[in-house]
Design a protein around this ligand. Structure first.
Ligand code: MD3
Ligand code: FE
Length: 202
């Protein structure tokens, strides 16, 4: 059983869970995912283009357009999402459960200047399972708040190889990425940050 290195507001942090060679292998897996399911810039229901580019693997992918946020069984291009890489599933089995696989592996790609505002993850039908997040590449400043909007927040830098687990009470807290620190990792040749978010959807 792997234990968290720190816990912040109920978020379990596994610092440097992935070794540099494991991180490199994951990046190769993700290149194959992105070849099959290209990154796209989601548009919010309000009509704004998100600064983060995304794609997904698994039974469902997360999409957003003028008609709203939702899980969809196909990429906006029309193809089914590729399977979640085995190496990613192995992390889920170790830190969440071998009993149930995640339905969705959301791939978020941040370049310099990309951010993700404070939000809740509440498009899933089942909040009983934890969410697992894997960080790769440049460091990202992660901010965590409360289950309602407003109030005090806390921030931590997420580094390449760090894994976060959000289960129980914190599953519905507001969270986001304020900024990415360019040049803070050599994992990705052109820089940037990748986050993988694993979720059970239904
Ligand atoms: C805390 N992604 O895709 S992952 C998202 O780094 C998202 O790309 C961020 O938030 C990223 O929805 C943060 C960490 C994370 C994910 C889900 C959470 C933290 C969470 C759900 C509840 C509480
Ligand atoms: Fe989120």
């Amino acid at each position: 059983m792997t234990r968290p290195t720190i816990s912040i507001r109920g978020v379990d942090v596994f610092e440097a869970y992935l070794s540099p060679p494991e991180q490199q292998a994951l990046v190769e897996d993700l290149r194959a995912v992105i070849r099959q399911a290209p990154l796209f810039s989601p548009v919010t229901p309000g009509g704004r283009r998100m600064s983060v580019r995304m794609t997904s693997a698994g039974r469902y992918g997360w999409v957003s357009d003028r008609s709203g946020y939702r899980y969809a069984s196909h990429h906006p291009d029309g193809d089914a999402w590729p399977p979640i890489p085995e190496r990613v599933l192995a992390v889920w089995r170790d830190l969440v459960s071998p009993e149930r696989a995640p339905d969705c592996c959301l791939v978020n790609w941040y370049d310099e200047g990309a951010r993700m505002g404070l939000h809740q993850d509440r498009d899933e039908a089942d909040f009983g399972w934890p969410v697992l997040s894997l960080s790769l590449g440049d460091e990202g400043l992660f901010r965590i708040g409360n289950t309602t909007r407003g109030g005090k927040t806390e921030s931590i830098w997420l580094r390449s190889g760090d894994v976060l687990r959000m289960g129980g009470e914190v599953r519905l807290v507001y969270h986001g990425i304020d900024r990415v620190k360019p040049g803070s990792s050599t994992l990705l040749p052109r820089g940037g940050r990748i986050n993988l978010t694993l979720r059970v959807v239904d």
